[in-house]
Design a binder for this molecule. Structure first.
Ligand code: HEM
Length: 399
């Protein structure tokens, strides 16, 4: 089921024509059908490819934890270097090797470290709001707020200078742009690799107290420079691209639902359920990939060795099995075990950090600008349709 206008866009991440937050009707129909149909797509590295679409909540959850369904992109380890065959890129590992590497990072991603960062996050949020207010009353929320906050946070966490943001934000955007050619992607990754290589050299000489520095300090002899480069690049990209799109898209959907916006703005008690609900409802990582390493039967579905699967987080998070019949946005909904951060061994490493950022950034924005509204007609908003992280190119707002 290829989209003639967007062959790169698999049905498992397609949003509705009239409501670009919710799954397309053809995706909901696949979930109601309940089997694992083969769908097609185009990719700069893979060319034309077929995958089995997994859309039900129970199936996506079961397949995310299955030991014989690998998350690795199956990219030739000796082929041209990209993030996907970079040592240390956690999503390419399975089993004990994945556990070994992941533990080094979870050991440094402690609740204590994150809690210590919270007052600092509140300060940077406040400073960004001051700057917006001074330059206003119109701003592109992406450039003025949604992108700077997680970028500043991940720079602080990794020990990357924030003054380098134009370069790394640009390279991350290219990496997530599915319309770029393989040649462009390889050249772009060479820049990312060289940049992170320099940071790793500095950390080897003087680890300091950043998260990556702590990994070097504690596990320096057990981790190679290439693995550290992979850790750094994965965290740098995952750390700012995801959260920034959640801030921007979360604001947009609230602006479109004024009563729910008012609840988030006026009632502290709503913050936690609202953030969980926005994560579920928007499912910005719309789908994740897996492939079978052997013949399998999972939740009653036969899967052949080598078959690729695309697990639709977008469809699963709207499944009536999870949320009942009314799957629309409801910031008062008691949090449900959604799959916005994935599930199983690869479940998002930065989820607690992302939650803190969202809980601070969203209410603070709405309180500072109680009359926040779109500065252009909704139909003119530019969505990031082809990116593996759904979101917005820009969001002009006024107050
Ligand atoms: C709202 C924000 C975020 C969302 C929706 C999100 C979503 C996800 C999802 C769905 C996965 C699982 C991928 C799979 O199983 O194939 C994942 C993995 C991961 N995320 Fe996040 N993420 C977010 C923020 C972050 C942040 C802030 C960081 C780092 C600072 C981060 C670091 C990672 C890493 C390192 C992995 C790979 C873990 C592994 O393979 O073991 N993410 N994320």
């Amino acid at each position: 089921m290829t989209d003639p206008q967007n062959p790169a866009l698999l049905v498992t991440s397609r949003r509705a024509q009239g409501c670009p937050f919710e799954p397309a009707s053809e995706l909901t129909a696949l979930r109601e059908q309940g089997d694992l149909p083969t769908v097609s797509g185009e990719h700069p590295f893979l060319g034309h490819f077929d995958v089995r679409a997994v859309t039900r909540y129970a199936d996506v959850r079961a397949m995310s934890t299955h030991g014989h369904l690998s998350a690795g992109a199956n990219v030739d380890p000796d082929g041209p270097r990209t993030l996907f065959n970079q040592p240390g890129f956690l999503l390419s590992y399975d089993g004990p090797e994945h556990t070994r590497l992941r533990r080094m990072l979870t050991g440094a991603f402690t609740v204590r470290r994150l809690q210590q960062m919270r007052p600092w996050i509140e300060q940077i949020v406040s400073a960004q709001l001051d700057a917006m207010q001074e330059a206003g009353p119109v701003a592109d929320l992406v450039q003025a707020y949604a992108l700077p906050i997680p970028s500043l946070v991940i720079c602080e966490l990794l020990g990357v200078p924030y003054t380098d943001r134009a370069d790394f934000q640009h390279r991350s955007a290219v990496l997530l742009d599915s319309t770029r050619t393989a040649e462009e992607q390889i050249a772009n990754y060479a820049g990312m690799h060289a940049y992170m290589g320099e940071l790793v050299t500095r950390l080897r000489a003087e680890p300091g107290d950043s998260l990556l520095g702590e990994v070097v300090g504690k596990h320096g002899d057990d981790v190679t420079d290439e693995e550290l480069i992979g850790f750094g690049n994965l965290l740098l990209i995952a750390g700012h691209e995801t959260t920034s799109n959640m801030i921007a898209l979360g604001t947009l959907v609230l602006v479109q639902n004024p009563e729910q916006l008012a609840a988030v703005r006026d009632d502290d008690e709503v913050t936690t359920p609202a953030v969980e609900e926005l994560l579920r409802y928007l499912s910005i990582v719309s789908q994740i990939g897996r492939h079978a390493t052997t013949d399998l039967d999972v939740t009653g579905h036969a899967i052949a060795a080598g078959e690729r699967l695309t697990l639709s987080i977008l469809a699963a998070n709207q499944d009536p099995e999870l949320v009942g019949r009314d799957a629309g946005l409801d910031v008062h909904r008691k949090p449900v075990p959604h799959l916005a951060f994935g599930f199983g061994p690869h479940q998002c490493l930065g989820q607690q950090l992302a939650r803190i950022e969202l809980k601070v950034a969203l209410p603070a924005l709405l309180r500072r600008f109680p009359t926040l509204r779109l500065a252009l007609p909704f139909e003119q908003i530019d969505f990031r349709v082809l990116s593996p992280v759904y979101g917005l190119m820009s969001l002009p707002l006024t107050w």
